[in-house]
Structure formats: C-alpha cells, structure tokens
Design a binder for this molecule. Sequence first.
Ligand code: TXA
Ligand code: MG
Length: 346
Amino acid sequence: NTKRLLVDNDGDNEQIYSQAVDLLNDGEVVAFPTETVYGLGAVATDEKAVKKIFQAKGRPSDNPLIVHIGTIEEVSNYIEHISENALELMNVFWPGPLTIVMKAKSGILAPNVTAGLSTVGIRMPDHEVALRLLRKLKKPVAAPSANRSGKPSPTKAQHVEEDLQGKIPLILDGGTTGIGLESTVLDMTVTPPVILRPGGVTKEMLQEVIGEVIQPNKEQQKLDSTPKAPGMKYTHYAPNAPVLLIEKDQHTVSTAIAYLQKDGHKVALLAPINFSKLGSDYFFAFGQEEDKEQMGAKLYEDLRACDKTDATIILATTTSTEGVGAAIMNRLEKAAGGKWFRLSEI
Ligand code: TXA
Ligand code: MG
C-alpha cells in the first residue's frame, strides 16, 4: 500500500527523508514534489529501479526520463562535455524549471533512463523537498511526472495518490506545486539550441542569456516526423471527456455552451474567473484574465477536476503564446488533441 507522508509543515521531518532515501537506495520508487509537478523518482544508475517507474506509470519505454540532481558539480559525472552556454544556463536558471539535454557519458546512467538515446536531460528542481531529498541521497534521480501515462501531471500529492495508489510505496506530500507545468526541455546538442518542450523558463528568458534559441511552431513540429522529445508524440494531459479549445471571448463561449447543451451535452468550462456566469454546467477558474502564471498553475488541477464531474465535453479558453503562454498552449493543444470549437463551424 502507498504511504503519503506530509513534509509540508514546520517539523524537521528527518525521519521521513531517511525513509525516502532508504527506499531509493533499496531500488524502490518514491514520489516527491518539485516546483513544476510531482515526480516519480528512482536512482538513475539502477536499471531495475528505473524499470519500476515505467511499470507504475504505464509509460512507453521509448520515452526517456529527466535526471534530477542536487548540485551543479555532479553534472560532470554524467555529461561528456559541458559547453560554456550550458554552464551559463545552469548558473542562471538552476535550481529551476529548465531541463538541459546534453550528450551523456556512456555506461554511467541506466540505459532505460535515456531510452537508448546518446543524450540525457538534466535538471535541478527548485523545491526544498526535492533538493533536500537529492542532497541527502547524493545520487542522481530519474523522475518523470508522477501520473499514469496520458493523464494530466500531478500538482498535488492527492493527484499522485489517485493515479498510483498501491503501485508505489511512498509519496512525499509537499503541498501544491508552484508552477504547475513541466519544465522547459532545451536541446543543447544542436546549434542553435532547440526548445523541445516549452515551460516556465521561456524562450525570451533563454535568449537573454545565450542568444538565439529555436522554438518550433506547431507546423514545424508536425513536419518533424521523428519527434526529438519522444514524450511529446503521445496523447497527454487528457481528462476523460473530450476537450475543445475555444477563443477567449464571452459571446463565443456563451453561444458554444448553449449550442452544446441543446445537443444534450453537460459542459465544463475552464476559463478566466469573469467567464463564470455564462451558463456552463461546471466552471473551473484559471484565475484572473491575462494572468498566465495563475492559468499554468491551475490547468492540470482543473483538467483533473473535470473527471470528477459528469461533464461530457470540456471547453477551455486559450491564451497568447507569449512568455509562459507557449507552455500553456502546448499543453492545452495536447489535451484537446488539436480540436477547437469555432462559431463559424456550427
Ligand atoms: O518538470 C518536469 O520536467 C517534471 C518534474 C518531475 O521534474 N518531469 C517531467 O518528466 O515532466 P517527463 O518524463 O514527464 O517528461 C520528460 C520530457 C519528455 O517529453 C521526454 O521525451 C523529454 O523530456 N526528454 C527526456 N530526456 C530527453 C532526451 N535525452 N532527449 C530529448 N528529450 C528528452
Ligand atoms: Mg509527464
């Protein structure tokens, strides 16, 4: 059975961290909070332990895992050559929501961590629980998001419990994660570097430090038949009812709600707080209009909350792709499978 232990309190919790470290050293998996989403960790040099991550999540084995570390010094244990730009990024953005993909030293990390690729993504999470665990363990931790494969990533320990109850021994409960969207994945093995997954560290922020960075748009991603971040090709972040994206316009949204309800649908609406009175059967607020941080922090929680309702369709309003908007729209597009509700089509 799965234990959930609270570390988000004033106690020193030393015993709880020891338990987590012992489990990891024994080849077990442990779920823990980061500043982005909860991760499901195993020691990254232990192939059998890493295999348990894939099993618990139901994750395809061709999808590599991110390696989490507690200090910048240890990166050189796993990486052939750290470029000046990569080092600069670590100094500026770590700890933080940036995963840097570099060429891996061969034979150090378990082969299933990198899914057979010659590169590895590394990041230092900006969360006191994650950092304390990593620094006490003194080993690299491979950790994908701690959800069942295909579900929205967990932003609360309770989400992990819902998805992985009985499949993992321990969840460290550090409360709600701050950012709510997974880290930016940046491929530093190519010039100029390419954003494989947009996240909290935006293209604009990266460019200020290392100059040109490529953020492929949707069309470019489609043209690229072999996705560089293998994870991005799978259905993701999807609640049970279908999600439709919709323009953030009150008239459009209220018309859509009436139209769908007439068709027999129960409609859940995910939108800014000022859209609450448009007649949807369920309403989940993304926060204030134009506050992208609030929107990112609430998105997965709201998508999961839809599964607790009898909504038959979910409408989610969109945002611009500026700043963190790129990450939000990337996840929304995936949750919706690219489907939109458009007034011109009814
Ligand atoms: O914020 C995060 O990154 C969270 C927390 C737990 O740290 N982790 C996370 O892991 O989102 P995961 O496994 O759900 O997503 C990792 C993404 C996938 O899209 C994967 O394909 C990509 O990173 N990735 C990992 N290693 C890679 C590599 N060597 N080359 C290209 N893409 C890689
Ligand atoms: Mg994931």
